[in-house]
Design a protein around this ligand. Structure first.
Ligand SMILES: Nc1ncnc2c1ncn2[C@@H]1O[C@H](COP(=O)(O)OP(=O)(O)OP(=O)(O)O)[C@@H](O)[C@H]1O
Ligand SMILES: [Mg+2]
Length: 1068
């Protein structure tokens, strides 16, 4: 989702952006806006002006009314909006609580953004100054003013932090940034103190230059300090404290450090720390501050020795405070606290007796001779205090110089010409106390000078802008405080001159004579008054020792007591001499020996201050100023309390109404054309979405469309000037309404655009993937084609070289032929032993093929044999025997081959039981019906032939006719023809036998095979051609003649032979 930001500028500061859960959040007013979205936002934006006021006082309808001004401040303060502009001047009200507006995100929001585009903030001022410095290459300064506790120091720290975070940085720059930031805690420790008004009140003025190189990185810095309130070292009002460093050292210092310094961890032990009776402050943690200061000193580059010497000085001031004097009878002072002197002598590195003498005597020169004149008790005390102030004050100046050394721009390659500067002035604001003294006089004088500068520069810039834009300048009436400045600083006639004169004049000049002198000299001045010069009513509120100045910011009564002393700031010469002798390296730098020989009177404090202010004014005049006007909402340092009386007072003496009047003299609002057009162009169809022509024409078209009347605005060279805030507000409100529809339009265009680009991206990706995939496929195809072509080419070449010995050209072909033969063989192997088919091998594989064929056959035979059943094996063995005996020898053998041999042709029931009984245990193996032919008449008689384990038996019904043992069986004869005749030849010696037996069987092959096997007479089967001769007994023989005929005929022939005619079954 697009982030929707709505900003109401410059009326209120509603910046809305969706929060984590989608609800909108109003950053400035810290209130969540409902999820109802734009409508709620719009309403809140439109009503915001009433609730939080305007963010620029220039837009106040009733700009001359102080009430309206304060009311606007109050509204904003209640909403935690502490910043408001008067044009480019930032007004800041101290919130006295931590607001979440100084985070890094806030800094980022203000970085590089136009001053008016974001809500008022110290960061906006910082960024504006930084950008002006970079773009215009003009030195800048940010002047922060306001009364004590109004937040000047805090504001200056925020500015510094902003630059430290947002400016570009390198390692070297980082060190500078660290040192710039760390200079604050050190200066605050030595120069700030708890006062009634502020727990961390700056007791010196500070102007700090930050140097930037051409890339905009901070590369160095320089600090100028103004008028440290030294009197605080020796005295504090009730409820106030001395400078922080004393308490930090005593509370936080390590045991052995305190021992070395001769200090006790008890602030009550030190005279200089008990005057205000305020040892502890709840908002201050001295112990942790001590740690921060020690760390900061290291970062800035102080060596351990330097820190030690610095602390020696701080401790010696405390010891000095404890030096007490007694009074002799003669009135001369003597020291009662010798131990303090011992410590002091050691810490500041001087001889104790010299120190003692210096503290109780004063060197005077009479008639060219130097004499030591003793001091009385009171004089000695004030000499001691003067020494303490001088030591502390000069050490502070040394400290600032030391920090300046550390911040100095290191790079010699670029002279300081190449750097630009932003100055930060954090100086004491206008002060009015119950009792105002010399310090307040100086401070308020300083503020007069700053106010004058402010008026001059503001008016000048306003006038310059009008001139630059070609708009007639209407003179503005304002109060010029130059008259008060002159009253204070004018040569000879000014208050400072008169004071100096009183200080220098011989004779008994006193604070009262000074007052009288004032009355004589400036008594008639409109801004000066004393008790004597005042009317009755005023006299009641004025002391006789007071004079009143009517400052631009209000009346202040100054008590003249102490003016002369403070202005003289006297330190006895012999004390200076002692300090020049010090072995402490810091003190030797602070107390220069040249000072002793210099006969010229040192400049008075007021004159020094005046000179330094003049220099400061010169510095500031040479730069482009930005202003931050700080205010405190109440005197109780309380958050959320808005004391109208106090605020009114500050509005007055800060000259804010004056400021506003000048700013509003002509026009309430001005903007550059491009910015104005950019913001409001959506309100006119001609300028929306873009204006092509000249900017001034665009703005003119726009305001005419908006119905601006001619008296309401003026067009300058580069800016539009709008006279009344209401004109601008009407335009703002119109923009608010318009934003609603614009947001919707933007949303829908954005959605359309994002969807379209999403679709385009998807489509592009799909096309990419497709193309990629197609590429892969095409490459694969091409590769395959290339391989195929290669293969074919190789194949053809191989074919051409096929008859040559194996060589690279034909090896593929030959391998392929082999391979394809083997594959073909693999597919077409014979399935049975009878299948004799076998693929024709290529010439190279003839031998291998033959081996394979044999192997294959053997394998099949082996398989066949392995799987054959015993019955079939038996059958086959018998058939083999038959084949051995009859194959190619007997004509009816081939017909017998397909017919299986049976176990027996006669079963048990076919044979007479008596026969079986006669055979007894002799096992019968085969029985078959046969025809027996008589040996004489060849008569045919049906008989049964039985084969037993021992003999051949011929049976006629129940009669066992003949038994021939196998041993007596000489052989068996058959013809070669197709007849079934066979003769069993029997051994003649066996008388029991009647001779050979002539038989005929229809299964002659089977019968004879079985008989041959049983009798083991395989080789004794004779196959005869033509005739068979057989014995008939007693040496007689019979003959059987065989001839071929058409059919079987068996008969006795005329020659007495048995003639057998057998049909021819097979042609030979
Ligand atoms: N922006 C701020 N946010 C929160 N607290 C602030 C802010 N500014 C000032 N304060 C509070 O007000 C106190 C006084 O502010 P600061 O020391 O800046 O005053 P000052 O104007 O420098 O006074 P002085 O003239 O006495 O030095 C701070 O210590 C701090 O507690
Ligand atoms: Mg301060």
């Amino acid at each position: 989702m697009m982030e929707l930001k709505i900003q109401l500028v410059p009326t209120g500061e509603i910046i809305l952006s969706p929060g984590m859960n989608g609800e909108s959040y109003c950053h400035s007013c810290s209130k969540a806006v409902g999820s109802d979205g734009v409508r709620v936002m719009m309403e809140s934006a439109l009503t915001a002006r009433d609730r939080v006021g305007v963010q620029d006082f220039v837009l106040l309808e009733n700009h001359t009314s102080e009430v309206a001004f304060i009311e606007n401040l109050r509204k904003r303060f209640k909403e935690n909006l502490i910043y408001t502009y008067i044009g480019s001047v930032l007004v800041s009200v101290n919130p006295y609580k931590d607001l979440e507006i100084y985070t890094k995100q806030h800094m980022e929001r203000y970085r590089g953004v136009n001053f008016y585009e974001v809500s008022p903030h110290i960061y906006a001022v910082s960024d504006n100054a930084y950008r002006s410095m970079r773009t215009e290459r003009r030195d800048q300064c940010i002047l922060i003013s306001g009364e004590s506790g109004a937040g000047k120091t805090e504001a200056s720290k925020k500015v510094l932090q902003y630059y430290a975070v947002t400016c570009p940085a390198s390692d070297q720059v980082q060190t500078v940034k660290d040192r710039l930031l760390q200079s604050n805690p050190v200066l605050e420790a030595f120069g700030n103190a708890k006062t009634l008004r502020n727990d961390n009140s700056s007791r010196f003025g500070k102007y700090m230059d930050i140097q930037f190189d051409f890339k905009g990185a901070p590369v160095g810095g320089h600090i100028l300090n103004y008028l440290l309130e030294k009197s605080r070292v020796v005295h504090q009002s009730h409820g106030e404290r001395n400078f922080h460093i004393f308490y930090q050292l005593i509370e936080g210092g390590e045991e052995d450090l305190l021992r070395r310094l001769g200090l006790e961890r008890n602030t009550q032990q030190y005279q200089y720390l008990i005057k205000g009776n305020c040892p502890k402050v709840s908002s201050i943690n001295d112990r942790s501050d001590w740690k921060a200061v020690r760390k900061a000193l290291t970062v800035i580059g102080f060596s351990e020795d330097e820190v030690e010497e610095l602390l020696n000085i701080i401790a010696s001031v405390l010891h000095l405070g404890n030096v007490q004097f007694g009074g002799e009878d003669s009135g001369n002072a003597y020291i009662t606290t010798d131990t303090q002197i011992k410590y002091l002598a050691r810490l500041i590195g001087v001889d104790s007796s010299v120190l003692k003498e210096a503290l109780t005597h004063k060197k005077i020169t009479a008639k060219g001779e130097e004499l030591m004149s003793p001091l009385n008790q009171e004089q000695a005390s004030s000499a001691r205090d003067a020494l303490s102030k001088a030591i502390y004050g000069r050490t502070f100046t040394w400290l600032v110089n030391k920090i300046n050394d550390s911040l100095a721009y290191q790079d010699d390659a670029y002279s300081s010409k190449n750097t630009s500067v932003i100055g930060l002035l954090d100086i004491y604001g206008f002060e009015v106390f119950q009792n105002n003294s010399f310090e307040q006089f100086c401070i308020n004088y300083c503020n007069e000078k700053l106010q004058q500068l402010f008026i001059e520069l503001t008016l000048k810039s306003e006038q310059e802008e009008y001139e630059a834009e070609g708009i007639t300048w209407e003179p503005v009436q304002y109060f010029n405080n130059k008259i008060i400045c002159d009253l204070v600083e004018e040569k000879f006639k000014g208050i400072i001159s008169i004071l100096d004169e009183e200080c220098l004049r011989p004779g008994d000049a006193s604070d009262i004579t000074f007052l009288q002198k004032l009355e004589d000299t400036v008594g008639g001045h409109a801004h000066f008054l004393t008790h004597k010069l005042a009317d009755g009513k005023t006299r009641k509120v004025m002391g006789r020792d007071e004079f009143r100045l009517l400052h631009y910011a209000g009346e202040v009564n100054y008590n003249v007591n102490g003016f002369l002393d403070k202005n003289n700031d006297l330190l006895f010469r012999n004390l200076k001499e002692v300090m020049c002798m010090s072995e402490n390296k810091i003190l030797t730098q602070c107390f220069d020996r040249e000072e002793l020989t210099d006969k010229k009177r040192p400049e008075t404090t007021a004159t020094q201050f005046k000179t330094s202010l003049t220099k400061l004014m010169e510095i500031l005049m040479s730069k482009e100023p930005s202003y931050v006007r700080c205010m405190k909402p109440n005197d109780a340092k309380q958050a959320g309390r808005f004391d109208e009386v106090l605020i009114r007072h500050q509005v007055k003496y800060l000259g804010l109404m004056e400021n506003l009047r000048v700013r509003r003299a002509g026009f309430a609002y001005r903007r550059r054309y491009e910015i104005f057009l950019q913001r409001y162009k959506s309100l006119c169809p001609d300028t929306w979405p873009n204006w092509d022509g000249r900017l001034v024409d665009g703005v003119s078209t726009l305001v005419k469309h908006l119905g601006y009347k001619p008296e309401e605005y003026k067009l300058g060279r580069s800016k539009i000037f709008i006279r009344f805030p209401k004109t601008l507000f009407a335009t703002e409100d119109a923009l608010e309404v318009r934003k609603h529809s614009l947001a919707t339009q933007l949303q829908s265009s954005w959605k359309g655009y994002s969807q379209k680009s999403k679709y385009r991206k998807l489509r592009h990706s799909a096309i990419l993937i497709q193309a990629w995939w197609r590429g892969i496929l095409a490459r694969r195809r091409a590769q395959r084609r290339r391989q195929a072509a290669d293969t074919i080419r190789r194949f053809i070449k191989g074919f051409m070289y096929r008859h040559q010995p194996r060589c690279p050209e034909n090896e593929y072909f030959l391998d392929y032929v082999r391979y394809s033969f083997l594959m073909k063989l693999h597919r077409n192997l014979p399935k049975t032993v009878l299948d004799k088919s076998w693929p024709t091998p290529p010439p190279a594989l003839t031998e291998a093929s033959e081996h394979l064929r044999k192997l294959c056959m053997q394998n099949m035979v082996w398989k066949y044999c392995k799987n054959i059943s015993p019955e079939w094996k038996h059958q086959m063995e018998q058939k083999c025997v038959a084949s051995e005996i009859f194959k190619d020898k007997k004509d009816n053998y081939p017909q017998s081959v397909p017919k299986l041999f049976v176990g027996t042709r006669l079963n048990g029931e076919d044979i007479n039981p008596k026969v079986l009984q006669t055979l007894g245990s002799e096992k019968m193996k085969y029985a078959v019906p046969v025809i027996k032919y008589d040996r004489k008449g060849y008569k045919a008689r049906a008989r049964q032939l039985l084969l037993t384990s021992n003999s051949v038996v011929i049976v006629e019904d129940a009669k066992l006719k003949q038994r021939i043992d196998y041993s007596a069986l000489k052989g068996i004869s058959v013809s070669s023809l197709s007849d079934g005749m066979f003769v069993l030849h029997v051994l003649c010696e066996d008388n029991k036998q009647k001779g050979d037996v002539v038989l005929q069987s229809d299964h002659v092959i089977e019968t004879l095979t079985k008989a041959a096997i049983c009798a083991e007479k395989i080789n004794n089967i004779n196959i005869n051609q033509g005739s068979i001769t057989f014995t008939v007994g007693q040496g007689k023989e019979g003959i059987i003649d065989f001839i071929s005929g058409s059919e079987l005929l068996i008969a006795k022939a005329k020659n007495g032979h048995l003639s057998v005619t057998a049909p021819r079954l097979n042609s030979r």
